[in-house]
Design a protein around this ligand. Structure first.
Ligand SMILES: Nc1nc2c(ncn2[C@@H]2O[C@H](COP(=O)(O)OP(=O)(O)OP(=O)(O)O)[C@@H](O)[C@H]2O)c(=O)[nH]1
Ligand SMILES: [Mg+2]
Length: 457
């Protein structure tokens, strides 16, 4: 248990029915004894209470009553942090919660840093690093699928596989080191083959994990999709359709949208951030110039482009230019206002990129557009098995390094290089794989991971 005891408000800041203040560390019970008056009498001290019990009473500061609360006593090690933990449910609202927190700080607790409770859970061995990261994924999950992937990772599905991989590498490494220690025992060609085979299957396994990286990224941070096109094509109407509510102003006046508008929608399980932009054209005034500059900036950062055309009008040179300009990105041509195109009227299909016909007025084609978006960003089926492992970019980086080192060690064995060299590369591989679950870490790495958490988690 850490010597200093930390405290923080664990619920979102703002008005609500309840707020929870969490206190964790060696002195948590001692502090609670000083600040809590049980409604069942003075002699009822939290430090003497049974583990996992709930007590009604008041938080007091000297003789002053701060708030009426329910106080939970949880003894180490069966707690989130593996330390003695107190959770105080007080009245919701910033002021009561802050007053209770201040009372605990005055009693000697230290304000917790972002993610510090989870960091302690990791350092005390309750969670490994991949599981700790899953806690943040869970909190930030924006769709059902992201949530399920985070839950699988928190349950240790990824960690099990990483541990298995690491154990296999360590076994092979031990075998090789035994030969280094007894150089008289020659390593036979048969042994060599066995070693290569084992390492090869390790590489195959890493490749399998690495293939989940794109989907993992998608589910975690979603994809940015810019809605672009000429003024009045119906970009803002499309944003509203995709969100299912009237978010952006729609009007027949060309140049309605000046600023970029960002909103997240759940498209078939994938979180997509749609960005409505100012129509691209020769700008009329200073504000529009800035709007169009922002549109271009958005475009540069977007991973998917929805290029909206007005199907009731012929393609202009400008449309053609845009079609050429963004050739490098994933995109969908969205032919809007299909309701205005008369039956049998000739209509030039756009064959260079996938295209979908829609009408924002009638809602026609919107579901087909959602399918097209999902199909472009997520190849294949999303099945339960896939959700079990979805590595993030940190895991991807570590596994790439592990893979490269393992491949080098295979080459070294095959070309009969010294076993010391082989062992050196395998050490690098074992360490890199260990980084995923936090067997090998640095303070800097932990700082960068846990600083992305909220305070109180
Ligand atoms: N008939 C018909 N009209 C549409 C459709 N979609 C949009 N409109 C109309 O087209 C006009 C322009 O729509 P907006 O969504 O504001 O177009 P925009 O591309 O955002 O325009 P700017 O922000 O000015 O660049 C509005 O009058 C809409 O009602 C459609 O599918 N059919
Ligand atoms: Mg608009």
């Amino acid at each position: 248990m850490f010597d200093d005891t930390i405290a923080a408000i664990a619920t979102p800041l703002g008005e609500g029915g309840l707020a929870v203040i969490r206190v964790s560390g060696a002195k948590a019970f001692e502090m609670a004894d000083r600040c809590f008056r049980s409604s069942s009498g003075k002699e009822n001290l939290p430090s003497e209470a049974k583990s996992h019990t709930l007590h009604h009473g008041h938080i007091v500061r000297g003789e002053v009553v701060v708030d009426e609360v329910l106080l939970a006593v949880m003894r180490a090690p069966r707690t989130y942090t593996c330390e003695n933990t107190i959770e105080i449910s007080c009245h919701g609202g910033l002021l009561p919660a802050k007053a209770v927190l201040d009372t605990m700080l005055a009693a000697g607790a230290r304000m917790a840093l972002p993610g510090e409770f989870t960091r302690r859970a990791f350092l005390n061995g309750r969670l490994d690093l991949a599981q700790a990261e899953a806690v943040a994924d869970l909190i930030h999950a924006r769709t059902e699928l992201s949530l399920r992937a985070a839950e699988e990772q928190l349950a240790g599905k990824l960690s099990q596989r990483i541990n298995q991989l690491r154990d296999d590498l360590i076994k092979t490494l031990a075998h090789i080191e035994a030969h280094i220690d007894f150089p008289d025992e020659d390593i036979t060609p048969d042994t060599r083959n066995v070693l290569v085979e084992r390492l090869q299957s390790g590489v195959t396994f890493m490749d399998m994990l690495l293939r989940t990286a794109n989907e993992g990224q998608l589910l975690r941070r979603g994809i940015r999709a810019a809605i672009i096109g000429r003024p009045n094509a119906g970009k803002s109407s499309l944003l509203n359709q995709l969100l299912g509510r009237d978010r952006a102003i729609v009007s027949p006046i060309a140049g309605t949208t000046r600023d970029t508008i960002e909103e997240t929608a759940n498209i078939r399980g994938v979180p997509v951030v749609f960005i409505d932009t100012a129509g691209l054209r020769e700008a009329g005034d200073e504000i529009e110039v800035e709007g169009i500059r922002r549109s271009r900036e958005t475009l540069a950062r977007a991973e998917l482009i929805l290029h909206v055309l007005d199907a009731s009008e012929p393609l202009t040179d400008e449309d053609e230019n845009f079609l050429q300009e963004f050739g490098g990105k994933k995109r969908i041509v969205v032919r809007n206002k299909i309701d205005l195109v008369g039956k049998g009227e000739p209509f030039t299909p756009e064959t260079r990129v996938p295209s979908v016909d829609i009408s924002c007025t009638t809602g026609l084609g919107i579901e087909a557009l959602k399918d097209a978006i999902k199909g472009l960003v997520w190849a294949g089926q999303i099945n339960a098995e896939m959700l079990e492992v979805m590595i993030n970019s940190r895991h991807q980086d570590a596994l790439n390094r592990a893979r490269a080192a393992t491949v080098r060690s295979i080459d070294a064995i095959r070309s009969d290089l010294s076993l010391e060299l082989v062992a050196l590369d395998l050490h690098i591989a074992v360490n890199a794989v260990g980084e995923v679950i936090g067997k090998t870490t640095t303070e800097d790495l932990l700082d960068s991971i846990f600083s992305q958490f909220c305070i109180g988690k």
